[in-house]
Write a new protein. Structure first.
Length: 274
C-alpha cells in the first residue's frame, strides 16, 4: 500500500512555508510538505522519472470572491492529497494507459494531474475543465509550466457538470466525439452537495465511449465510514453511475487507508456490474 510520505517526496511549499519552525508548529511535517497551510502559497511538484519541476500557483486572481467559504472556488484552489496520489499513479503504474489518448480532466482545480498527464505521458491531448475563477488559475498554471509546443495539445475550458454538454462537444466535433481517458479526482465531496454527483455521473457518461473510455476516479474518505466498500457517499455516487451505464471495474490504488483510485467504464444498458 502506498503512503503519502512516499507520494509527497518531491512536493514542497514555496515562499516562507518550508522552514522547520513552521512545520513543527503545525505538526504536519511530511518530507517538507505541509498540506494546505495557506491557500495563497505555491507548491512545486517534482516528477519521479524526468525530474521535471512543476510550479503550481494556488493563489486565486485578485478580487476573487471566496464566500461562502466552502465554495468550489475555495476547494478548487488547493492541490489536495488525492491529486498527489493520482498524479503519482499517472506517472508510474498507469502511464501506459495514456499513450496516444485524448484525456478529459473534470474538476481539474489547479491543474496538477492534467499537467502531469501532458508532461509525463505520451497522451495526444489534455482538456482540463473546471468552472468560474478556477479556469483562470488553471490556465495560468499551464502557461507557467508548459512550452509553446506543449500548449498546443493542452486546453483549459469551462465545464459545469451536467449542463450544456452538447455545446461543449462542439469544441471537438470535427475531430472526435468521446474521450479515451476521463479523470475525476476528489470530486465526490459533501461540500458540493449530492445533486452534483448525479451531474458528474451524467457528464462522465456523456463523454465516454462504450467499453473503450477508461474512467479514473480519485476519492478521499474524509469521514469514518468504515471499510471503503461500505462508504455511503461513494456508494451513492456509484448508484448514480449505474443509472448512466458507468460501472466500477476495480480498485487501482490505495494510500493511507483513506485515499483511493478506482477504474470505471461505460457498458451497454442493462450490462452486468463488474
Amino acid at each position: 500500500m502506498a503512503s503519502l510520505q512516499d507520494l509527497d517526496s518531491g512536493v514542497k511549499l514555496l515562499d516562507n512555508y518550508n522552514d522547520d519552525s513552521h512545520d513543527e508548529a503545525v505538526g504536519k511535517k511530511v518530507n517538507n510538505f505541509v498540506p494546505f497551510t495557506s491557500l495563497t502559497c505555491d507548491i512545486t511538484y517534482e516528477t519521479k522519472k524526468t525530474k521535471r519541476v512543476l510550479k503550481l500557483q494556488q493563489k486565486l486572481p485578485k478580487n476573487t470572491p471566496i464566500a461562502p467559504l466552502f465554495s468550489d472556488v475555495w476547494t478548487g484552489s488547493c492541490v489536495w492529497e488525492c491529486s498527489l496520489l493520482i498524479s503519482r499513479a499517472i506517472e508510474n503504474e498507469l502511464n501506459d494507459e495514456f499513450k496516444n489518448k485524448r484525456v478529459l480532466v473534470l474538476g481539474s482545480g489547479c491543474g496538477l494531474e492534467a499537467l502531469v498527464c501532458k508532461t509525463e505521458t505520451e497522451c495526444k491531448l489534455v482538456v482540463a475543465t473546471d468552472k468560474g475563477s478556477i479556469v483562470g488559475l488553471n490556465h495560468a498554471n499551464s502557461l507557467l509550466n508548459l512550452s509553446i509546443e506543449e500548449q498546443k495539445k493542452y486546453k483549459v475550458l469551462e465545464l459545469d457538470w451536467g449542463l450544456n454538454l452538447n455545446s461543449f462537444n462542439k469544441y471537438f466535433a470535427d475531430e472526435f466525439q468521446f474521450f479515451d481517458v476521463i479523470l475525476a479526482c476528489d470530486c465526490i465531496n459533501p461540500i458540493y452537495g449530492k445533486e452534483s454527483w448525479s451531474n458528474l455521473a451524467k457528464t462522465i457518461s456523456h463523454f465516454s465511449a462504450i467499453n473503450d473510455t477508461l474512467v479514473l476516479l480519485g476519492y478521499e474518505q474524509r469521514e469514518d465510514e468504515g471499510p471503503i466498500e461500505k462508504d455511503e457517499l461513494l456508494n451513492d455516487f456509484f448508484e448514480h453511475c449505474k443509472k448512466n451505464s458507468i460501472y466500477v471495474e476495480k480498485l487501482v490504488k490505495e494510500a493511507d487507508n483513506c485515499r483511493y483510485i478506482f477504474s470505471l467504464r461505460k457498458k451497454k444498458k442493462n450490462g452486468d456490474d463488474v
